[in-house]
Design a protein around this ligand. Sequence first.
Ligand SMILES: [Fe+2]
Length: 165
Amino acid sequence: MNYLGIDTKTLKPVAKKLNKLLASYHIYYQNLRSFHWHVKGRSFFDLHNLFEDFYNDAKVKIDDIAERILTLGHKPDGSLRTYLNNSKIKESKDLLKDDDMARQVLENKSELIKIMREVIKSASDVNDEGTVDMISGMLSSMEKETWLLHSWYKRRQVGFAKPKK
Ligand SMILES: [Fe+2]
């Protein structure tokens, strides 16, 4: 019985893109955890807390994505090895400077935004409005977070610029 009114086979490309998003989200999540632990310096409280907020949010999104794949009648990947292979986001080194961490998180978010747009395109192609709606919500909140973080990052660049001679 197909409760969704869309053939499970038709939804396969959507599930594949969602698995790519799921894998990338896992690496993003782990990067944030690592940055949360290793950040040092004057922006410690800003970034330590911000990264925790981001990874807690990612945890919820990861579950939503995996359960959407199940809802579509497909199987979410569950192994770390698969995540590392499928992720568009690379594992970060532990010991980056605070500014480098913020920039890395911005780049990771930018990559997730790209994959979300791919998911939306793929889901639109087969009239899977449920996925379009879910991922569109994630996309707009991720876009807003990049604006917030970028504003913080720019302020830091200005605030710590070397004085002109
Ligand atoms: Fe903590």
